[in-house]
Design a protein around this ligand. Structure first.
Ligand code: AN7
Length: 372
């Protein structure tokens, strides 16, 4: 085969990642997602959204999966496994396909968005729908990975967070500095931890949040930023273990991506909160869906429901003054709105009308809209 394509975040940030100089990257061209300034929402702060929905499989999971599967391939793995609320399974399936590996995915029956299931199917994953939730699946795949020659690619695999930390590098490069506040939706709390690792390494600051503590790869490189942001994590009220102070047994939310009751990065998330001076908070399903719709209508950005939790929380905390006026705020939009078409379809009734296929009927309908 020819040389590895100069694609993706491993090739871009190789010297800041735990890969060798010649390790071939398993990549689909992930990373390099846009940081979009909001024009209308978020005053009197400047809010930017980092649109991770524009990664190859439509979510931030691709950043972690390129690293996890590259590492698995380096070690000669033939198969990978994960439990998933949907996006991890889509990314694992795609990167395993690229690497010529078999992917096994455990998903909660009936509780993953249709687009995500379609991806796992099309990429040839072996899909096991379990009569249980994500947390049940997680404990199962951990046991399987201990007993069988299958690499676990959930975010408990430390290479995942190493890949995901690169989003922080990109944000610093886009802004010319770190933001004051960074807001994310939180499920397992892997991504908020990964971002904090990235910001800390970029500023040359030690952090207890990383399991790569003994070989902080970026340490020998010049700092990319002077400061680190305050990290804020938002959960859905029905699945908010960080707000309840412990695991939630029957998590429930319309934002199925973050329908997680027993976060795998529980300890690390508290380290992030302490080291960054940040906080956790919760949003109702109604608040999440209202913000998803506002962002799509008023700014032209369509994210999935879970992703909207970051912006919903940020807008509320800006209004309440908890985020200081004038702050530079970044909200991560973790996944694309097309992942979950059924949610959008619920808005269709009011948004469309059926008319005769005549010019008169079209003119009449348009005229009524212009007058309104
Ligand atoms: C769109 O796919 O856990 O706090 O199995 O898909 O790092 O868990 C998804 C998580 C936020 C939460 N937004 O990130 C999975 C899975 C979206 C997500 C999260 C997820 P973490």
């Amino acid at each position: 085969m020819s040389k590895t394509l100069p694609l993706g975040l491993i090739n871009r940030y190789r010297d800041r990642l735990p890969v060798g100089p010649d390790t071939p990257a398993v990549t689909l061209g992930e990373g390099g997602t846009p940081l979009i300034p909001l024009r209308r929402l978020g005053q009197p702060c400047q809010v930017y959204v980092k649109f991770e929905g524009l990664n190859p499989t439509g979510s931030f999971k691709d950043r972690g999966m390129t690293m996890a599967v590259t590492r698995a391939a380096e070690l000669g793995a033939k198969a990978v496994i994960c439990a998933s609320t949907g996006n991890t399974s889509a990314a694992a399936a795609a990167y395993a396909a690229q690497a010529g590996m078999q992917a096994f995915v455990l998903i909660p029956e009936g509780k993953i968005a249709r687009g995500k299931l379609a991806q796992a199917v099309m990429h040839g994953a072996k899909i096991l729908q379990i009569r249980g939730n994500f947390d049940d699946g997680m404990s199962l795949v951990k046991s399987v990975a201990e007993q069988m020659p299958i690499t676990l690619v959930n975010s408990v695999n430390p290479y995942r967070l190493q890949g995901q930390k690169t989003a922080a590098f990109e944000i610093i490069e886009s802004l010319g500095r770190a933001p004051d506040v960074h807001c994310l939706p939180v499920g397992n709390a892997g991504n908020i931890t990964a971002h904090w690792i990235g910001y800390s390494e970029a500023a040359g600051r030690p952090t207890e949040a990383t399991s790569f503590r003994d070989e902080r790869i970026s340490d020998s490189l010049p700092p990319m930023s002077e400061s680190c942001p305050t990290m804020v994590g938002y959960q859905a009220s029905g699945s908010a273990p960080f707000m309840r102070g412990g695991p939630v047994t029957h998590p429930d939310t319309v934002a199925t991506a973050i329908r997680i009751g027993n976060p795998q990065s529980w300890d690390a998330a508290h380290v992030v909160q302490r080291e960054s001076g940040g906080w956790f908070d919760e949003l109702t399903d109604e608040q999440i869906l209202a913000t998803q719709a506002r962002l799509a209508r008023e700014e032209g950005v369509f994210c999935e429901p879970a992703s909207a939790a970051s912006l919903a929380g940020a807008l509320r905390d800006i209004e309440a003054g908890r985020i200081a006026a004038g702050s530079t705020v970044v909200c991560t939009l973790t996944g694309h709105g097309l992942k979950d078409p059924d949610i959008a379809a619920e808005h269709v009734a009011g948004a469309s009308q059926t008319i005769d296929a005549t010019l008169a009927a079209v003119e009449q309908a348009l005229g009524a809209s212009l007058d309104a």
